[in-house]
Design a protein around this ligand. Structure first.
Ligand SMILES: [Zn+2]
Length: 175
């Protein structure tokens, strides 16, 4: 954790090939951005925490107030709920607390969904499960109808084969 202005001035943001320098007056927190895969400096004004280097949300007192949220997977184990530690939720993002750093994630992406309460996560999984059951029933119906159709066709063919077999000898006899 950064606790002095001197440490702050040595802090680097961005990727290691084109790092950005600490901007004085802004919060010193490094935020991990999952889309660009880079750390950036928090854009809020400082004024809290050690030497007032942090914004209100990132001051160590505030980040100590880490809450438990819930994550479900879109791939892999579709009914598993994992506990996560978060700092806050916004409309589209969750700010996760991971080893002392804040990590911003979309509330929903290809891999995960995040929820504030277990009840929300449970409800989401319930809907997911009933949708799966409905789709499975539709697939079974479709497969059964296909088998029925094939059986009916086979039956029709047998009937016409029987017809042609009974017809031919009759012709033969008549000749
Ligand atoms: Zn901040």
């Amino acid at each position: 954790m950064i606790e002095t202005l001197e440490q702050a001035e040595h802090q680097k943001y961005g990727c290691k090939f084109s790092p950005h320098k600490y901007v004085k007056g802004k919060c010193v927190a490094r935020i991990w951005e999952t889309i660009s895969k880079e750390h950036y400096q928090c854009s809020r004004n400082n004024g809290y925490g050690p030497e007032e280097l942090y914004c209100k949300q990132h001051s160590p007192l505030e980040t100590a107030d880490i809450k438990i949220g819930y994550r479900v997977n879109n791939i892999g184990k579709p009914y598993e709920i994992t506990e996560i530690e978060y700092i806050r939720f916004t409309e589209k993002s969750v700010f996760l607390a991971e080893s002392g750093e804040e990590r911003r994630n979309a509330l929903r992406d290809n891999y995960h969904r995040y929820f504030k309460t277990r009840e929300e996560a449970n409800n989401y999984l319930k809907t997911r499960a009933s949708n799966k059951i409905r789709r499975a029933h539709e697939e079974i119906d479709e497969a059964e109808q296909f088998i029925k159709k094939l059986n009916n066709e086979a039956l029709d063919n047998n009937v016409s084969i029987v017809h042609s077999m009974t017809a031919t000898p009759l012709v033969g006899i008549l000749v």
